[in-house]
Design a protein around this ligand. Structure first.
Ligand code: 6PG
Length: 477
């Protein structure tokens, strides 16, 4: 056996990952359910490195050095269990099976436990960066045992993206499902980032009256500043693209119904279970959902709104600057919520996740890579047990400086009838956290009134109930 690593499942992500390993000097065993694909990979890209093609699972496993390391790159879902079982049956103590798909972390926990009992390391690994990242350097989020990382880590780090300081965008996230959990939240944040950018675009379009090409220029300018990120960069590309068939801006000929494969939705479902308020991420998921309800939207065409007022040129430029402030402030809050969810998951499942390291490996390769993540790393390095990213002074100061514009942009959106659910939800979260008193006291009173659900007092320990139906004296319960 000569191969250091094997990849099974050679659709675009799998074959790009295999090529990435080969290009870094590793001998890569490759296998696919239909062998034609394996042959075509080797025929087309064989020159890039050393591939060991295998027609059968047995041949594939036999070509691997021990401990064997096999990356499974099949579509997440039911097929995964069958593929895992097929290979697990051929493996021995200490071998490592890696699932590089977007699996649900609970599935990963289940699979890890079952395989651990059979002596096999199962490493659920988040991989971000799409097809391009898989080939040229993704951000990688492996979970699983510490021991598995000793043998697998150096291989993954060699093909991962490198951040500006040269550090590989790959780290051992934590036991069992930790890697897939972190990838899930990455995608939730990705949804929020995309929705916030979408809201900024819509405001520039409807309120500033800019064309898609003009908005592309605005985004290009923003991309030279603190919003510097992959998503802002590609937004400018998409907005400046013109549809060949019609000559119209591409964005105007695409059906405005956003799809989703599920990781953003999971982020919100799990956040609800963990009791973590991820309102900005949730609004991003809901916004995709609303967009897809063509029935509801068709049935709502008669609903009225305010008459839009497009700004003059100077006003529009000033407004665009304010939108930049709003986008930045909302982005800080969306990341705050995502990191809170990772902290809560880590606590719940005993993963001991280093939040600063998570931010560090998102600096390159992944879809949400951004200059901004360096700052998050420094914030967690300075205060590893920060209860919230907003506890960091420099982020708090930036929001303080942005907030007048943030509020004013949202007020304009509301007045003009432009939906900005993620802008508004993130601001409401911020205002809720800083509020001296919340109406939750009233909620407690109502609950006690109709259901004797009891309440706590601000001035004394204990659990109390007021006899609402009687003389309204307070009893300690
Ligand atoms: C990544 C992406 C990747 C995929 C998303 C798309 O990090 O490389 O997040 O995982 O493109 O799953 O998600 P939706 O189809 O749900 O938008």
């Amino acid at each position: 056996p000569t191969a250091q690593i094997g990849v099974t499942g050679l659709a675009v992500m799998g074959s790009n990952l295999a090529r990435n390993f080969a290009r870094h000097g590793h001998t890569v065993a490759v296998h696919n359910r239909t062998a034609a694909r394996t042959r075509s990979l080797v025929d087309t890209y064989g020159e890039e490195g050393t591939f060991v093609p295998a027609e059968s699972a047995e041949e594939f496993v036999a070509s691997l050095e021990k401990p064997r390391r096999i990356v499974i790159m099949v579509k997440a879902g039911e097929a995964t269990d069958a593929v895992i079982e097929e290979f697990a049956a051929l493996l021995e103590d200490g071998d490592v099976l890696i699932d590089g798909g977007n699996a649900h972390f609970q599935d990963t926990r289940r699979r890890e436990k079952a395989l651990r009992e059979r002596g096999i390391h199962f490493v659920g690994t988040g991989i971000s960066g799409g097809e391009e990242g898989a080939l040229n350097g993704p951000s990688m989020m492996p979970g699983g045992s510490v021991e598995s990382y000793t043998s697998l880590g150096p291989l993954l780090e060699s093909i991962a993206a490198k951040a500006d300081d040269g550090a590989p965008c790959c780290t051992h996230i934590g036991p069992d499902g930790a890697g897939h959990f972190v990838k899930m939240v990455h995608n939730g944040i990705e949804y929020a980032d995309m929705q916030l950018i979408g809201e900024a675009y819509q405001l520039l379009r409807d309120v500033a009256g800019y064309s898609p090409a003009q908005i592309a220029d605005v985004f290009r300018t923003w991309n030279t500043g603190r919003l510097d990120s992959y998503l802002i960069e590609i937004t400018a590309e998409v907005l400046s693209h013109v549809d060949e068939a019609t000559g119209k801006p591409f964005v105007d000929v695409v059906l405005d119904q956003a799809e989703q494969k599920g990781t953003g939705r999971w982020t919100v479902q799990i956040a609800l279970d963990l009791g973590v308020p991820v309102s900005g991420i949730a609004e991003a998921v809901f916004a995709r959902s609303v967009s897809g309800h063509s029935d509801l939207r068709d049935a709502s065409r008669h609903l009225t709104g305010p008459t839009p007022r497009t700004l003059g040129t100077n006003e529009a430029a000033a407004f665009a600057d304010q939108v930049e402030q709003a986008l930045y402030a909302s982005k800080i809050v969306a990341y705050t919520q995502g990191f809170h969810e990772i902290a809560a998951g880590s606590e719940q499942y005993d993963w001991n996740i280093d939040l600063g390291k998570v931010a560090a490996i998102w600096r390159g390769g992944c879809i949400i890579r951004a200059a901004f993540l360096d700052r998050i790393t420094s914030a967690y390095e300075a205060q590893p047990h920060m209860p919230s990213l907003l506890a960091d002074k420099s982020f708090a100061q930036e929001i303080a400086a942005a907030q007048d514009d943030w509020r004013s942009v949202i007020a304009t959106a509301v007045t003009q009838g432009v939906p900005t659910p993620a802008f508004a939800a993130t601001l409401a979260y911020y205002d809720s956290l800083r509020a001296e008193r919340l109406p939750a006291a009233l909620t407690q009173g109502q609950r006690d009134y109709f259901g004797a659900h009891t309440y706590h007092r601000t001035d004394r320990e204990g659990t109390f109930h007021t006899l609402w139906g009687g003389d309204r004296t307070e009893v300690e319960s």
